[in-house]
Design a protein around this ligand. Structure first.
Ligand code: 26Y
Length: 820
């Protein structure tokens, strides 16, 4: 990969100049935040030539473009990542040192761009990185939320949500493009007018809002390609006209101001749980309409035949959240471009493709007809017609089978089912790991699969090694490069050559030493943020991800309680010191999840302050888990907890980040864990618990009766009783009864323990025993951890993106040369 030239003097001058012009200060007087801003602008400046060159190249060679439409882009920090991908990181670090500045400190000033909840949003960010690095023309299309994912504070052990004012100090990387603003219309009614024998559909009495694009550069690794993440901001069309004394006009102006302000105010912090809020549907249509309009406008600049739009553009729908794109494209093609239904449908069904990220029933988006048709009257008409035609097709194919219609219709029982719309109108439907896709085909989407098997395909997720190894774990990255060369940066499977060293004692030693240093780095962070002392020689056993019952953080902490009971009962038992590390945000309204956080913190309080156990056990809940601290956490982990109820975790991507950083998976055969184990070998992971098939079979029988376990397994009984006897809540013994009840009485779906926590508990505890035994064998562990790194090659998002390109998008590769 050609290394770009870096001009140190120019860069330093640029930083100094920025501090002067932005803040009227010299470097010595500037605050750390101001320095970050100045460096950020200098880096954007360094990106600009390549950004322009890339766009020129796209205009010239006119490649097919993928529009990755997503409500969420969980980008994290940009500065370090941009420098890494510009291949300037070390040079900039040195240059800054020369003028007395520390790059790490500067990086720490940047707020995370947390425009996403968790896995789905971070996947979108990794995909953009890979698209640029592989040289494909791509736009991320999203929303510029004023407030991203809330900041989490832990107060008295409870989660408190604090607004995320990520734009407070401005964002040096963004570029506002008012000249490309689009108008988006809501509400009103549709008037049909016959003009020259053709029905025209005219929306009237609507409210409109201006969508203003804000662009962020997506830097490809060492290839001069700079793609664009386009996030839309909302503005009122006519800002206040103060001389409007007409009451109706004035109120209308106020309404438009409010609409614009509310629209992009905040990211909905629910992950995998549909709330059905009107404002969310507005957000969806807002960014989708603007993005589709933009894609069409771009196409029309070069092409006259709109019937061939799909040859130059494809829309990937990141879950159902942007699925109104289907109807919006139909609307524009018919109402604005004058195509007939069949022509418009041909284009639409060759343009849109859908990725499913979950089988959890409560995450499926269904909108009440009343709301949907009131907010989007013309869009509803179109969806209604898509549904009418599709239902006809079902009846032709399955005559007399009304069950099929009920199960498959897009509109049924007063609701618009977005997944059905996406499948019917898309040319591709993909799951995100092999097991997940199989479950979609055999269970959740069985009827659709039978009717249109050719649409279904799997795209196992991946992650970018540039952020999660090269940037997040510089020590290991350097060590890997020293052993196998640096090609892994853009060709991760090359990392397999590390297998040559897994039995080499020197290499094992170096590897474990790097892990140790990363543990020291995390221990410092924990001391600073939690004021807890943890021993970097203990096993770092980590579960970081959104808090969800199906992810079973509760099983993890119950097991910690069990271990603590064991140590207390047998003070002399042989026990390898362990640090259990948690990090998780709970959706603000998800009470059981929030109570689980309180339980973890309560258990931590008791255990961490019990001097009698000699520090053998520590429990840490890391506040405000997010992309930036995740990079450090993965680097420091020994054990990666991936313990979801089998069949529930579509893929998982944290599992891959841990693996790449040399942590060993302790997990169920769920999501991408299956493929991780396939790559690294079952002997190099700790697998336990029911299989997906067993879970589904048991669910179909209506669940199981955990009281049997409660009555026969005294260890399980003991920890459960501790939930209701005040062991961890002496001043409120009832505090955790809700969790007790969920496990033994009713946890939802009308049954106890719907996620089989108690059912899998023994098998989990035994797997944990195997972990301990394995860790005692230092060389064996080093070997196992190194093998995990060596076999992580499959899980690069570069591979995933190449599969999307080959099987779905069919894009052309582009190369960008910089002008001299
Ligand atoms: C409907 C709305 C409330 C909603 C909002 C966010 C529904 C779902 C989500 C987020 C889902 C999500 O993050 N899913 C995760 O996607 C990852 C990337 O494919 C998977 O690795 C992970 O298993 C899955 O839970």
């Amino acid at each position: 990969m050609a290394k770009r030239l870096f001009n140190k003097e120019f860069f330093i001058r640029s930083v100094k100049y920025n501090v002067r012009t932005l803040f009227r200060k010299e470097i010595e007087e500037a605050t750390e935040q101001q320095i970050f801003q100045a460096v950020g602008y200098a880096v954007k400046d360094a990106i600009m030539d390549a950004w322009i060159a890339t766009q020129k190249e796209y205009e010239k060679s006119d490649p097919k473009i993928v529009y990755y439409m997503s409500m969420e882009f969980l980008m994290g920090r940009a500065l370090g990542n941009n420098l890494i991908n510009l291949t300037f990181y070390d040079e900039v670090k040195e240059a800054l040192e020369e003028i007395g500045l520390d790059l790490n400190t500067i990086e720490d000033q940047e707020p995370d761009a947390a425009l996403g909840n968790g896995g789905l949003g971070r996947l979108a960010a990794c995909f953009l990185d890979s698209l640029a690095t592989l040289g494909y023309a791509a736009y991320g299309c999203g929303i510029r939320y004023r407030y991203g994912m809330f900041k989490q504070q832990i107060v008295d052990g409870y989660q408190v949500e604090v607004p995320d004012m990520w734009l407070k100090n401005g964002n040096p990387f963004e570029l506002r493009r008012p000249e490309y603003a689009k108008t988006v219309k809501f509400g009103g009614y549709v008037r049909v007018e016959n003009r020259n024998g053709r029905n025209m559909f005219i929306q009237e009495g609507y409210q409109s809002v201006l969508a203003v694009p804000v662009d962020l550069p997506i830097v490809g690794y060492g290839n001069n390609v700079i793609n664009t993440l386009r996030i839309w901001d909302a503005e009122a069309i006519n800002s206040f006209e103060l001389d409007r004394f007409d009451k109706g006009e004035y109120e209308k102006a106020v309404e438009q101001e409010n609409l614009a302000r509310n629209l992009v105010e905040v990211l909905y912090p629910n992950d995998n749980h549909m709330a059905g809020k009107e404002l969310r549907l507005k957000q969806q249509y807002f960014f989708v309409s603007a993005s589709v309009q933009e894609a069409i406008a771009k196409y029309k600049k070069k092409h006259s035949d709109i019937r061939k739009f799909y040859e130059k553009a494809t829309f990937q729908l990141n879950d159902t959240h942007p699925t109104v794109a289907v109807a919006e494209l139909m609307r524009i093609l018919m109402d604005e471009e004058g195509l007939e239904w069949d022509e418009a449908w041909d284009v639409t069904t060759k343009t849109c493709a859908y990725t499913n990220h979950t089988i959890m029933a409560e995450a499926l988006e269904k909108w009440p007809i009343e709301l949907f048709s009131r907010l989007l009257p013309r869009i509803y008409q179109i969806v209604e017609e898509i549904n009418r035609r599709f239902v006809n097709q079902i009846q032709e194919q399955y005559p007399g089978n009304y069950e099929k219609v009920k199960k498959m219709a897009i509109i049924m029982d007063g609701q618009v089912k977005m997944a059905h719309l996406a499948i019917v109108a898309g040319y591709s439907v993909n799951g995100v790991a092999r097991l997940h896709t199989e479950i979609l085909k055999k269970q959740e989407l069985k009827d659709f699969y039978e009717m249109m098997p050719q649409k279904f395909n799997n795209k196992t997720n991946g992650i970018t090694q540039r952020r999660f190894l090269l940037h997040g774990n510089p020590l290991l990255a350097k060590w890997v490069t020293a052993h196998v060369g640096d090609e892994w940066i853009t060709d991760l499977p090359k990392i397999k050559e590390l297998t040559l060293y897994v039995d080499d004692e020197k290499a094992q030693h170096e590897f474990m030493n790097i892990k140790y240093q990363n543990k020291v780095r995390l221990a410092k962070y924990i001391k600073e943020h939690n004021n807890i002392d943890v021993d970097p020689r203990s096993i770092f056993d980590v579960q970081v991800k959104r808090l969800h019952e199906y992810k079973r953080q509760l099983m993890n902490i119950l097991h910690v309680m069990y271990l603590y009971n064991q140590i207390k009962e047998h003070p002399d038992m042989d026990f390898y010191p362990r640090t259990f590390i948690f990090g998780a945000k709970a959706a603000a309204g998800y009470m059981r999840a929030k109570l689980t956080i309180k339980l973890i913190n309560s258990v931590a309080d008791v255990i961490n302050n019990d001097a009698s156990i000699n520090g053998k056990l520590k429990v840490v809940f890391i506040e405000d888990y997010r992309v930036s601290n995740a990079e450090w956490i993965f680097a420091a982990a020994d054990v990666s907890e991936q313990i979801s109820t089998a069949s529930k975790e579509a893929s998982g991507t944290g599992n891959m980040k841990f693996m790449l950083n040399g942590a060993v998976t302790l997990g169920t055969m769920d999501g991408a864990n299956v493929e991780i184990v396939e790559e690294v070998g079952e002997e190099n992971a700790f697998i336990f618990g029911m299989s997906a098939e067993e879970v589904i079979a048991l669910e179909n029988q209506g669940g199981y009766d955990p009281s049997q376990l409660f009555n026969t397994d005294q260890d399980i009984r003991h920890v459960l009783m501790q939930l209701i006897n005040g062991e961890y809540s002496p001043n409120d013994p009832e505090r955790f009864r809700e969790l007790y009840n969920a496990l033994l009485v009713d946890g939802g779906y009308n049954r106890p323990d719907p996620y089989f926590i108690l059912k899998d508990f023994r098998s989990y505890a035994e797997a944990q025993k195997r972990v301990e035994a394995a860790y005692r064998d230092e060389k064996g562990w080093a070997r196992m951890a190194m093998l995990n790194v060596a076999h992580a090659g499959k899980f690069t998002s570069d591979r995933t993106i190449q599969e999307y390109v080959d099987d779905i998008w069919k894009l052309d590769k582009v190369t960008v040369e910089l002008p001299e």
